[in-house]
Design a protein. Structure first.
Length: 267
């Protein structure tokens, strides 16, 4: 692929996006603040250094505060969410505990704003923005959304996502199909690897968001995939993430020299 010349406007927009991305990562209770991960069992139990007794019943998670527990819970608190939904936070002294539903159960993650991963964060290395990696493709919806199960970087865990269809990209005259999941703001999310994975980019996965209006989601049509905005998932930065792996087949057989690279902390 021949590099294209980035206009000042494109470069400025990409820089603004990249800076916002780094601010969100390093927020006091952002992904970099996670210092611990525990899986909940079906019987109430305490975890060393974490206040409360925790368990789940397959539908919801529960914490029961006992005398002396430094946690913002009065008695027992119930948490219920979908298997890929955002977690719910509860204050516990100087940290916050996030309760998340993943796979067939629940987890708790400890967010510490004073974590070394927050304190020592140096930003995210990335390829220089190159408009040649803004690809035009098309979205082909399935007759009905499909439930897709993928693995996770956390051993023994699986994720289940709803896939409304596939994105078909043309690169150097060849078509490549990528299964797309529902993303934020009505768009799509594509998890993928490519020939840079494990070399200059994170080995397990990267993700790119694809804007899509409601009509296109049903009827299909052209889409724009800006691979300059391909990002690392949290597992690229911390050891306490449960990130999904890409669906089988979502490996591009060429080097995507765009987007985020292997974090400084993993080199």
């Amino acid at each position: 692929m021949t590099a294209a010349t980035a206009t000042p406007e494109y470069t400025e927009a990409w820089n603004d996006w990249h800076e916002q991305r780094e601010r969100e990562l390093a927020a006091p209770n952002g992904w970099l603040s996670i210092t611990r991960l525990e899986r909940l069992g079906s019987e109430p139990e305490r975890f060393d250094g974490i206040p409360g007794r925790w368990h789940h019943d397959g539908v919801a998670a529960y914490v029961t505060a006992e005398p002396g527990d430094d946690i913002a819970v009065d008695g027992t608190r119930r948490f219920e969410s979908g298997p890929v939904a955002a977690g719910e936070l509860v204050a516990a002294g100087d940290v916050e505990i996030e309760v998340v539903h993943r796979g067939h159960g629940y987890l708790i993650r400890v967010h510490d704003p004073s974590a070394s991963t927050v304190r020592d964060f140096r930003g995210v290395p990335a390829f220089a923005p190159d408009p040649a990696w803004v690809l035009t493709g098309r979205f082909e919806p399935y007759a009905a959304p499909r439930s897709i199960t993928v693995g996770a970087v956390a051993e023994g865990l699986e994720h289940v996502y709803l896939a409304p269809g596939e994105i078909v990209l043309d690169h150097d005259g060849a078509e490549h199909r990528l299964i797309a999941f529902n993303g934020k703001a009505g768009g799509l999310q594509v998890l993928f690897t490519d020939e840079t994975s494990g070399v200059s980019t994170y080995a397990a996965n990267r993700s790119v968001s694809v804007p899509l209006d409601a009509a296109a989601l049903v009827e299909g049509g052209p889409v724009t995939v800006d691979l300059n905005r391909a990002v690392n998932l949290p597992c690229a930065f911390i050891d306490f993430a449960t990130c999904p792996l890409p669906p089988a087949g979502n490996r591009l057989p060429f080097a995507v020299t765009a987007g985020e690279k292997v974090p400084y902390e993993r080199r």
